[in-house]
Design a protein around this ligand. Sequence first.
Ligand code: CP
Ligand code: NVA
Length: 340
Amino acid sequence: MYEYATRKRGYLMDLRGRDFLKLLDFSTEEIEYLIDVAADLKAKKRKGEAHEYLKGKNVALIFEKDSTRTRCAFEVGAYDLGMNVTYLGPTGSQMGKKETIADTARVLASMYDGIEYRGFGQDVVEELAKYSKVPVWNGLTNEFHPTQMLADMLTIKEEFGHLKGLNFVYLGDARNNVGNSLMVASAKLGLNFTCCAPKELFPEESLVETCKKIASENGSSITLTEDVMEGTKNANVLYTDVWVSMGEAMDLWKPRIDLLKAYQVNKEVMDNASSDAIFLHCLPSFHNTGTTIGKEIYEKYGLKEMEVTDEVFESDKSRVFEEAENRLHTIKAVMLETLK
Ligand code: CP
Ligand code: NVA
């Protein structure tokens, strides 16, 4: 099973019992290893080979925010590994309302082998992990989205054959969960990270400083700029995310549009990047008026496309659906390596 992961390094890494809360908790080698295990699992799935390595185990999935990709990747990943799943949605459990996080963690850990959490503060997932004797996986918090990073980096690696030294540019709300995590992932894996955003939406200074230190150890750089054309020159990867994230107020749309419309990924920006550049987006994306929010924004502010134009989203440079599929293989790798 571990063909790619072992061929590359000659040994397996031991991540059993570890939580997966943020990439800052993992070494470069451990992150690279998880990406390689995901590539192995993807090959297995492609060949139709069964891989029920965790048969009989049970996992709980807590979702306090909506999800398509993350939930489905955890569910299908668990089934492929032979596990059973319980989904706990925003309503219907006692967590947070009548029962503390610490108590919920101890109850769930007594019945399940692993717990996924998507919700609000990073402190919540950290608290769950503190009181859980089984691994806890972060399926997105306000601050970080670490499982998304593994899928993004696997997608980039599939495209370019390597990660180190590539120029990665993130445009948009750079202090959200995805922006923060991409800066950490790039620093850990040696990609040159450029944040292209208005100053108001630059990531927090302390995180930038931490990432600069990590990047310098890995021979790469962290750059913050407000200048789109300067920032996207020579980019190998252009990445953007929604301008208002889950849990943020709807009345933020107007100020965000005003701040971020100059940072939309459109053909001009894509053409300014390297000729081999690809476009990535964690999804979901507002690239047309085909959604209720997309339609509402159009009616209120006259904008048909937001963080990315439909032209770029649908172009042959876009790898967004390959990236979405890779959520499955990478989340499966995290569950397998921490539970086996
Ligand atoms: N990218 C991502 O996390 O998508 P979902 O919100 O659909 O899980
Ligand atoms: N920043 C987005 C990511 C969604 C996957 C959000 O939190 O809504």
